[in-house]
Design a protein around this ligand. Structure first.
Ligand SMILES: NC(=O)C1=CN([C@@H]2O[C@H](COP(=O)(O)OP(=O)(O)OC[C@H]3O[C@@H](n4cnc5c(N)ncnc54)[C@H](OP(=O)(O)O)[C@@H]3O)[C@@H](O)[C@H]2O)C=CC1
Ligand SMILES: CC(=O)N[C@@H](CCC(=O)OP(=O)(O)O)C(=O)O
Length: 344
């Protein structure tokens, strides 16, 4: 059994990690950190956990790291860098769901996140944990940076085509929608029911911090052009959908592209490429670690529309974090993640 600490357990991704880890056969939850909610019964922080045998929340500095094998860090970006550096001195593995270790270039991190990175020495050797594209690097990895939720959703839709050279180098367009839990649990005016229900809106238009992260990864696989990315907030709790518009290179047909995607993901337990005509819906992945991808023809000849859906709290953060940890240990990647989507 491995002992896990969850940093930021009083937030949404932390709670999702707790929910999933409770059914993990090889992991015991040993410590839960919180900030404002430190020193509380976990069932008081999240009533759905009342009655479970879980530790009380504590401040990060009060956690005895000598007792811990793995930290799942679910802290807001820029708040966890020092704590993660300290943890790496004691525990075998840190899996970070924040943006802190995703960008490999510290100068780009400072430009995008507005402050210098305090632990840039870890950026070179950390693994960028988009699991389906990181398997070869995960075994034994000590620090895994889980991709952002939008990058997870969009890169799963784009990288097989990019790797195969199936797209021209013209600007990619990614139009994405997210549920409200993507913004975390803290109270924010723009997230009140009356501000979010009954409507939808774009935000961070032309300057969302996930665009440089997606460009970093697309360029690693051979796509050097910039992207146009627009996120939208829609009135649902969980879920994310990315609709990606690509121009096909050479004489690749949409049917060939779909077959290429089906082949690329054939051994991936969590990625399903849909048959022609099937429509991916966020409700079909809700609460599960699944991604569902449709490769569709555009009415404009030579273009394809690739649509991907995930649950932002599961494959988009804590589910993928556990999938990555499983692979760092050489375990079956599905351990603790077998749950089926909650539908309806
Ligand atoms: N929500 C999502 O869908 C996704 C989120 N992420 C990333 O995951 C991370 C966590 O997100 P999420 O769970 O939504 O956020 P929440 O706001 O819901 O939770 C944040 C957690 O961090 C704690 N915390 C906040 N500030 C500090 C601090 N200064 N020191 C110590 N602990 C602190 C909070 O404690 P307390 O509440 O007790 O004060 C809480 O436990 C973020 O980096 C986010 O960007 C990544 C992918 C998807
Ligand atoms: C609705 C909403 O605000 N969503 C967040 C989702 C991003 C996220 O959580 O990803 P990081 O891990 O990079 O922070 C946003 O657009 O910033």
């Amino acid at each position: 059994m491995k002992n896990a600490a969850i940093f930021g357990a009083s937030g949404y991704t932390g709670a999702e990690a707790v929910r999933l880890l409770l059914s993990h056969p090889n992991i015991r939850i040993k410590a839960l950190s919180a900030n404002r909610h430190a020193d509380e019964d976990y069932g008081d922080v999240f009533a759905n956990f009342a009655g479970q045998d879980l530790p009380r929340t504590q401040a990060i500095d009060d956690i005895d790291l000598l007792d811990i094998d793995v930290v799942f860090s679910c802290l807001p970006h820029s708040t966890g860098q020092a704590a993660i550096a300290k943890a790496l001195g004691h525990v075998d593995t840190v899996i970070d769901v924040s943006a802190d270790f995703r960008l490999s270039d510290p100068a780009l991190f400072e430009q995008v996140y507005g402050a210098p990175h305090s632990q840039p020495q870890f950026l070179k050797d950390r693994v960028y944990g988009l699991t389906e594209f990181a398997r070869d690097s995960l075994l034994g990895a000590r620090l895994v940076a889980c991709p952002g939720c939008f990058p997870t959703c969009a890169l799963l839709a784009l990288l097989p085509g990019v790797q195969a050279g199936a797209f021209t180098q013209s600007t990619l367009i990614i139009d994405a929608k997210t549920g409200v839990t993507g913004a975390g649990r803290k109270a924010t005016l723009g997230l009140h029911f009356s501000e979010v229900s009954d409507g939808a809106h774009a935000y961070a238009i032309g300057n969302h911090r996930h665009a440089p992260e997606m460009e970093q990864e697309l360029s690693r696989y051979g796509y050097a052009s910039p992207i146009s990315f627009t996120p939208h907030l829609v009135p649902m709790n969980r879920g994310m959908i990315a609709t990606c518009y690509v121009e096909l290179s050479g004489d690749t047909s949409v049917n060939q592209l779909r077959a290429l995607y089906a082949d690329r993901y054939t051994n991936d337990p969590f990625v399903h490429v849909l048959a022609e005509g099937d429509i991916p819906q966020t409700r079909h992945v809700r609460g599960s670690n699944q991604a569902r991808i449709a490769v569709c023809a555009d009415r404009v000849l030579g273009r394809a529309i690739i649509i991907s859906v995930i649950d932002n709290l599961t494959k988009g953060s804590s589910g993928q974090a556990i999938q990555n940890y499983n692979l760092t240990q050489g375990w079956d990647e599905t351990l603790g993640l077998e749950t089926t989507a909650l539908f309806p």
